[in-house]
Write a protein that binds this ligand. Structure first.
Ligand code: GLA
Length: 415
């Protein structure tokens, strides 16, 4: 992955965390956790249907310095002034704070681990993050994972990435968003230089090395996409619509005896009937938004499989075309794009990108753009002049426009 001379570069290290810890609590921390954000390359809004996705972890991460305590209390300071200090007691039924409180992302793993494994031991911690907030890069799941990894480690619960990821995916629903398991799985399980095709039930990660001359650019539209805010109802509604579309389709297939065995889930359906035939059948059986949501789910799953092959073949244009098709489907069938995201995609393409699409839940946040090492400079330049400068949004550009570096998943170490 070409990183020299463009925003992004190597994995960034944050510096003063341990000093802040000592100032706050009067003694040094004993453990250091890191959990990265992620950018989803393709496979959007289908993890909650059990369908595969293809994200990679980012160089931007949450870091948590901590010292275990002998009681049930968790005290947590954030270096970011927007997030005031919190403290709470670990118990199986922890009362959430009001909607939108950042502390709920720390309570979520504590409550889940207490309920499942009876953990009780808390910690004092200081947390720092350079993952852009509410931008579709999983800043919140990185907090859940960092706190979850710390608590699991202290209480000797398995921290094996896949088993912890499944627990953390359930944990995060505490905040009210009925998410799938993509964010937790990639943040915990990613490998250096790799994207991962994630399949669910059972959770598996297939690591695919990102070709050296591919650059995935992340560009933030500036529209806030707050998972625990307005986005939540729209997100949960889509999940419901997908469930309803599945119910109607499986009932129809069973009544008409179209398949020999019963298809009960999206993976069953997509594994038994090819995408084209499924779409034809759905056009007779479903209408309106149910038809559109179903069509997106089925075509996006097929694009994920194809995208893995394109990356293995180092076919940058083939991969890019799939990203373009994904964006079109998210815009017209899934209704999760915005004017700003569409504009960013169009500008990136004008600049010579191989492909571009919104990434994450949408309704704002970022796009991910694919360029080759030879075109990345031109694409970045075009995004700067034709989007950020035009909109007078060129301040702190390094946070809003960067080349993603595929980094390894979360880790914990003694200090
Ligand atoms: C959010 C959720 C994920 C996934 C994406 C959309 O990030 O947390 O589980 O559904 O949206 O692909």
């Amino acid at each position: 992955m070409a990183t020299s001379g463009v925003p992004g570069g190597t994995c960034r290290r944050l510096s003063t965390l341990e000093e802040v810890f000592e100032e706050t609590y009067g003694s040094p921390p004993t453990l250091l956790v890191r959990a990265p954000g992620r950018v989803n390359l393709i496979g959007e809004h289908i993890d909650y249907n059990g369908l595969p996705v293809f994200p990679m972890a980012l160089q931007h991460e949450v870091r948590l310095a901590l010292r275990p305590r002998d009681d049930e209390t968790v005290r947590l300071h954030s270096n970011d002034q927007r997030f005031p200090p919190i403290h709470f007691e670990i118990e199986p039924a922890i009362e959430p704070w009001k909607k939108g409180s950042w502390g709920n992302y720390a309570k979520a793993p504590a409550q889940e681990l207490a309920e499942r494994f009876g953990i009780w031991q808390g910690f004092d911690g200081v947390l720092e993050s350079d993952i852009p907030v509410a931008a579709g890069l999983s800043s919140s799941s990185a907090i859940v994972n960092a706190v979850g990894l710390a608590l699991a480690h202290i209480s000797e619960v398995s921290t094996e990435p896949r088993s912890l990821a499944a627990v953390m995916a359930d944990a995060e629903r505490y905040v009210g968003t009925q998410g799938g398991g993509m964010d937790q799985a990639i943040s915990l399980g990613a490998r250096d230089r790799c994207a991962a095709k994630i399949t669910f039930h059972p959770l598996r990660l297939r690591h695919v090395v990102v070709p050296d001359d591919w650059c995935f650019i992340v560009a933030d539209s500036g529209d806030v996409a707050e998972k625990s805010g307005a986005l939540q109802a729209a997100y949960n509604l889509r999940r419901k619509e997908c469930d309803e579309a599945l119910r109607v389709m499986t009932a129809h297939l069973a009544t008409e005896k179209i398949t020999a065995q019963l298809c009960m889930s999206y993976p069953d359906l997509c594994g038994t009937i090819d995408a084209e035939t499924l779409i034809k059948i759905s056009e007779q059986v479903l209408q309106g938004s149910l038809l559109r949501r179903f069509r997106h789910a089925v075509t996006e799953a097929a694009r994920v499989d194809e995208a893995v092959d394109r990356m293995l073949a180092a076919d940058v244009h083939g991969f890019g075309a799939l990203m373009d098709a994904s964006h079109a489907s998210l815009k017209t069938d899934y209704h999760v794009s915005t004017a700003a995201l569409d504009e960013l995609v169009a500008v990136a393409k004008e600049g010579g990108a191989a492909g571009a699409r919104l990434t994450g839940a949408g309704f704002g946040g970022c796009v991910v753009v694919l360029a080759s090492r030879w075109t990345v400079g031109e694409v970045l330049e075009t995004l700067v002049t034709e989007y950020f400068e035009r909109r007078h949004q060129a301040e702190r550009l390094e946070e809003r426009l960067f080349v993603a570096v595929p980094c390894r998943g979360a880790s914990i170490r003694e200090i």
